[in-house]
Each structure stands twice: as structure tokens, then as C-alpha cells.
Design a binder for this molecule. Structure first.
Ligand SMILES: Nc1ncnc2c1ncn2[C@@H]1O[C@H](COP(=O)(O)OP(=O)(O)OP(=O)(O)O)[C@@H](O)[C@H]1O
Ligand SMILES: [Mg+2]
Length: 411
């Protein structure tokens, strides 16, 4: 039998156990005051059934099998074994959870922060853009989900570092989706636009590391303590909350999410935030708001709040981007959603239909301006990036005008 200790904020809260047949179980006994690890399974003195924890564990690792294979290959373990991968890269995960062996638990191999220059980051981004599947480098032990290439680093006093051993990462850096023009830039400006509309969004910047463009996202599951150390804050994504494997991330409906949020202890304010986020994704014509692109902060009683929005990008101008990940009232086509669909959606999730229409109307009226302000606030070095963004703004203005007419159709 092999054991990994599950640690939250410096306290052991459970164990990941692999028996001699390779079967993996999670044991998380009830502990007063400890945050729920996931709302998909309850704390218990007996190990949780693997069926209930598989999606939670899968959600800690990269979505794509070839990425997991490349990382496992470098580390000399089988990519088929969640336990083996988590043992190697589970020291810094989404949320506060850490999976540590005996020596790590005893504080050995705590690791260093190794400075990395902009040129060093550019070289890593260039390799990812060129198709390298392995996101990490020797010494790092972080893991993140998602399908797109990314690296996680620690920024301290303006200097970037690779976080080795048990050190926490503070930022996620993504080169953007290579087949979509200027996508890292569009993601940053989209996020900022939603922020200008009053939605809670992850902090982001658009940066050229030497010549390599990237969106730099601040981790909201890390906060600096007064003494300067970085604390981990617990969160899980909505695939994990709904026990959905990452491969099925597009199958989760907004109605399912709302049911699970309410069952998991979310307030009505939290539910409304999620509803507003769904509307914002439609108004922005963002096709990728699936269940792994929303997260919740977890406390002892379950869901404490919806996490800030992340990984939001308008799909206007990009191919195959006309379907919403979560539709309204059965309609997923971004151009076909009407006021009637929104009202059906409001009824299904038990919120006020008039408020939903008013929110959508307000967002569609203000979105182009919010996007323009976000553009103006972004230093853009290259004329081709600037040109694409200006075209995107024109498409967005047209789309929002269309949304306003569709909202009139309430029957
Ligand atoms: N700002 C953030 N703070 C904390 N965790 C984050 C943040 N942004 C993303 N994450 C976590 O990292 C995961 C991957 O990030 P992200 O969604 O940006 O990647 P992606 O590969 O572009 O995703 P997708 O497969 O949806 O395109 C998320 O599912 C979430 O768990
Ligand atoms: Mg994502």
C-alpha cells in the first residue's frame, strides 16, 4: 500500500491511498473547521468510493492524455496512474490541496524559488507554441487542468521564479491558442472588459516576454500573508463539484450547476453571480464557458463564493465559435438565443426573469465600451495585434446590437 498525505493550509486533512492492486481511494475524515475538499464527496471515516473521487482527482491534472503522457515520461511514471502523477506533481494544485509523501510532510525537500529571466520564460513559451506537450521542467511540482498550454510561476517583488519543491506558484502564463490569431491578447482584453462591467474576474496582464506574447493570470487561490508568505486558498472547479470528468466538461448544463451550487451551500447571491456570468459569456460571444472554466471557493460548510472568472475569451472572428458551452432554455447557438430563452432559463434556475433580461440588456449596451476601455488600457506593441483587436471590437459592437434586438423577443 502507498500513501500520499493530503494537506490543506499546513494541516493534514486526509490521505490518498493506493492498494497493492493499484486501486486508489481517498480518505478524508471529518475535521472541525477544515474546508470541504470537494462538494462531490462528504468527509467520512471510511474511504470514499473511487466513483465519487475520480473526477475530483482527474480535475487536478492536465485535461489531455498526451500532455499527461509527456509529463509522466519526463518523471518516469505511468501516465495511466492518477496516483503516480499526483505523487510527482501534486505539491501545488488548483486550490489549497497538496499531496505529499512522508519526507515532504516532514518538511524535507521544501524547495527553492529559482529566478527565471524574461528570456527564460520566452524560451519556455516558444517551446510550448512549437508543440511541446510537457508543461513543466525538472524541479517543478505544480499541476493544473485545462487543455491549453500553460506554465505556472511565482512572482516575488517583480522577479519571476520557477517554484521548486513545495513552493507555491502565484501566476499562470499562457501563450494563447496558436490557431487563433492574437488569442492571448483577446483573452486578457475580454477578462478586463467583464471586470469593467462589474463582474469579478481574475487579475490579468498581457505581456510580450521578449517576442513571445502571453496572458499572465494572477492566481486567486493564492494570497500574500502580512509577512509576505503565500497562502493557498481552497477552490475546486465545477467539473469537480458536479463529479464530471474533464473530457465531459461541455456536457454540464447551467441548470445542473445551479442545483449543485445550492446543494453545496451557495447563497442566492452566489447563484446570481453565476447566472450573470452565463449572461456575460453570451453577450461577449464567448464559447468556452464550460464547467471547468468556473470555480468555487470552499469552506467548512461547502461553497463560500463563486471564484473570479478566468479563461474567458470572445470567439468573434474565430472559426467554430458560434456555440455556447452552456445554453439558455435549450438554445446554444450564440446568434439564436432570444429573450424567450433567457426567461425559460430564469424559470429553470429559479431566479427573476425580469432581472435576467435587465442584466443582459445592460451588459449588451455597455460591453463594446467596456471592451474599448480594456483595449486602451493594454500596451500593445504589434500593429497586427492592434488591428485584430480593433476588428474584434467592431464584431463585438455588431454582436451586442444583435443581442439587444434578440432580447426584445420574449415570446
Ligand atoms: N486565476 C486563476 N486562479 C486560480 N486558478 C486558476 C486561475 N485560472 C485558471 N485556474 C485553474 O487552472 C485551470 C486551467 O486554467 P485555464 O482554464 O486558464 O486553462 P485552459 O487550458 O485555457 O482551459 P480550457 O481547457 O478551458 O481552454 C482552470 O481550470 C482552473 O482550475
Ligand atoms: Mg479553462
Amino acid at each position: 500500500m502507498k500513501i500520499l498525505h493530503m494537506v490543506l493550509d499546513g494541516h493534514e486533512v486526509g490521505q490518498l491511498i493506493q492498494d497493492r492492486h493499484g486501486a486508489t481511494r481517498v480518505l478524508t475524515p471529518p475535521i472541525d473547521g477544515a474546508p470541504r475538499i470537494s462538494i462531490a464527496f462528504t468527509p467520512s471515516d471510511t474511504p470514499v468510493k473511487p466513483a465519487l473521487t475520480r473526477a475530483y482527482l482527474a480535475g487536478l491534472l492536465p485535461d489531455n492524455a498526451d500532455v499527461r503522457e509527456a509529463i509522466a515520461g519526463r518523471l518516469g511514471v505511468s501516465s495511466e496512474s492518477q496516483f503516480a502523477l499526483i505523487a510527482k506533481i501534486g505539491a501545488d494544485c488548483p486550490g489549497a490541496i497538496q499531496f505529499l509523501d512522508e519526507a515532504q510532510l516532514a518538511g524535507e525537500r521544501s524547495g527553492r524559488l529559482v529566478p527565471i529571466s524574461d528570456a527564460g520564460i520566452a524560451a519556455r513559451l516558444k517551446r510550448l507554441r512549437a508543440g511541446q506537450r510537457d508543461w513543466g521542467v525538472p524541479g517543478e511540482h505544480w499541476s493544473l487542468g485545462g487543455a491549453q498550454s500553460k506554465i505556472a510561476l511565482r512572482r516575488e517583488g517583480g522577479q519571476w521564479h520557477q517554484a521548486e519543491g513545495l513552493q507555491a506558484t502565484s501566476h499562470i502564463i499562457k501563450p494563447g491558442i496558436a490557431r487563433f490569431r492574437s488569442q492571448a491578447l483577446v483573452e486578457h482584453v475580454s477578462l478586463r472588459a467583464l471586470g469593467h462591467l462589474g463582474l469579478s474576474v481574475a487579475g490579468s496582464e498581457f505581456v510580450y516576454f521578449d517576442d513571445e506574447p502571453a496572458v499572465v493570470v494572477e492566481r486567486f487561490d493564492r494570497i500574500a500573508d502580512d509577512d509576505g508568505s503565500l497562502r493557498r486558498v481552497h477552490q475546486e472547479d465545477l467539473c469537480q463539484s458536479t463529479s464530471t470528468l474533464p473530457t465531459n466538461k461541455y456536457t454540464v448544463k447551467a441548470e445542473d450547476v445551479v442545483r449543485v451550487l445550492r446543494g453545496g451551500g451557495a447563497t442566492e447571491g452566489g447563484v446570481l453571480e453565476f447566472v450573470r456570468a452565463c449572461i456575460a459569456n453570451w453577450v461577449l460571444a464567448a464559447p468556452d464557458a464550460h464547467a471547468k472554466n468556473y470555480s468555487v471557493f470552499l469552506g467548512p460548510a461547502g461553497v463560500e463564493a463563486l471564484a473570479p472568472l478566468y479563461d474567458v475569451s470572445t470567439g468573434l472572428g474565430y472559426r467554430d465559435s458560434s456555440q455556447l458551452a452552456m445554453g439558455f432554455g435549450g438554445e446554444k447557438d450564440i446568434h439564436k438565443v432570444t429573450g424567450r430563452h433567457l426567461l425559460a432559463f430564469a424559470r429553470a434556475v429559479g431566479v427573476d426573469g425580469g432581472d435576467v433580461l435587465a442584466s443582459a440588456h445592460e451588459m449588451a449596451s455597455l460591453m463594446p465600451m467596456a471592451f474599448a476601455v480594456a483595449m486602451d488600457g493594454t500596451p500593445i506593441d504589434r500593429s497586427d495585434d492592434q488591428a485584430w483587436l480593433s476588428e474584434t471590437l467592431e464584431r463585438l459592437a455588431t454582436h451586442c446590437a444583435h443581442v439587444l434586438t434578440m432580447l426584445e423577443r420574449t415570446r
